[in-house]
Design a protein around this ligand. Structure first.
Ligand code: C5P
Length: 297
């Protein structure tokens, strides 16, 4: 196994990773694939809401994983995948500070998995290439490939075809969640043929990005998500009433709703109005991880 060395030649014993959440500026569901998954077309954007992960070689004081948090199996599988790929016998442990709500359509679990691939690759001194990380990420879940780099991207296929777009101009996002986790698999099961779109919504969002505008399109999963979790519609009503444009979007398979603002002040004013009347509200800004962390390939 190659030894991980820091710039000063010392051995790296920890790798710290930031796992950003995403929102879907648009989400078109096109058709059902032979493998049972759906072909999607979506514009995804990473935002500053994030989990923090630290990966360590097992002989370095592992902080205990916080009790009461769900299912770490995707992170464990990511670690195992990197170990197998690089042929490492090292045992790797990690700690996680979880801030992204679970089952919320914000990609938290997928982003944690991508962070594990990046972090463990560095920790073991393998520095796997971007194409290799992408290939490994596809085996972990449909949203994981996007999070290897994050930023602003057109995502197609099952989620594995990523076309990075120029970073969108900075915007502020008010995120609202009803506190009820929503199962992505259940939402896809509830999807009806008439819910599916033709991809034009995503096309329009890509075109407006080219003109420097950050706009939302539509989300074909919304009707199915609302069938699974009726609370989404109640939340939408409360939220949209506080947003001057009335434009509120569902992220992924829900249940997080979001609205976009040009300034932090506008976003904070809406957050203040919602505070105490919705279970969870958060102000995030769009982020391009490649600018914040040049080491991220
Ligand atoms: O890939 P991931 O585990 O995130 O997907 C969760 C579920 O969502 C899958 O089991 C599948 O039912 C559905 N899905 C889909 N088409 C996609 C992505 C997810 O049908 N492109």
């Amino acid at each position: 196994m190659p030894e991980a060395k820091a710039a000063d030649g010392s051995l790296i014993q920890r790798a710290v990773e930031t796992a950003y959440a995403k929102v879907n500026l648009s989400l078109d569901v096109l058709d059902v694939r032979p493998d049972g998954f759906h072909n999607l077309r979506s514009v995804m954007q990473t935002v500053s809401l994030c989990d923090s992960l630290t990966f360590s070689l097992d002989n370095v004081d592992p902080s205990p994983k916080s009790p009461g948090l769900p299912d770490y199996s995707l992170i464990d599988r990511s670690i195992q995948l990197v170990r197998e790929t690089v042929g490492s016998q090292e045992s790797v442990t990690y700690s996680l500070i979880k801030r992204i709500p679970i089952g919320a359509g914000l990609g938290g679990g997928s982003s944690d998995a991508a962070a594990a691939l990046r972090g463990v690759s560095r920790l073991l001194g393998a520095d796997l290439s971007f194409p290799t990380l992408l290939e490994l990420s596809e085996r972990l879940g449909s949203d994981v490939p996007f999070f290897i780099r994050g930023g602003t991207a057109l995502v197609e296929g099952r989620g594995e075809r990523i076309l990075s777009l120029p970073p969108a101009p900075t915007r502020w996002f008010v995120l609202v969640n009803g506190g009820v986790p929503v199962s992505t698999a259940r939402v896809f099961t509830e999807l009806k043929d008439e819910d599916r779109g033709d991809g034009r919504s995503t096309h329009r969002v890509v075109e407006s990005l080219k003109s420097g505008l950050v706009e939302v399109g539509s989300n074909d999963l919304w009707p199915a998500a609302a069938r699974v979790c009726p609370e989404i519609e109640r939340l939408h009503e409360v939220f949209a009433a506080k947003v001057p444009s009335g434009r509120v979007m569902l992220s992924g398979s829900g249940g997080t709703l979001f609205a976009i603002f040009d300034s932090k002040q506008e976003a904070m004013a809406v957050e203040a109005e919602l505070d105490g009347i919705v279970p969870w509200v958060y102000v995030a800004q769009s982020v391009d991880p490649m600018e914040l962390e040049p080491t991220r390939r």
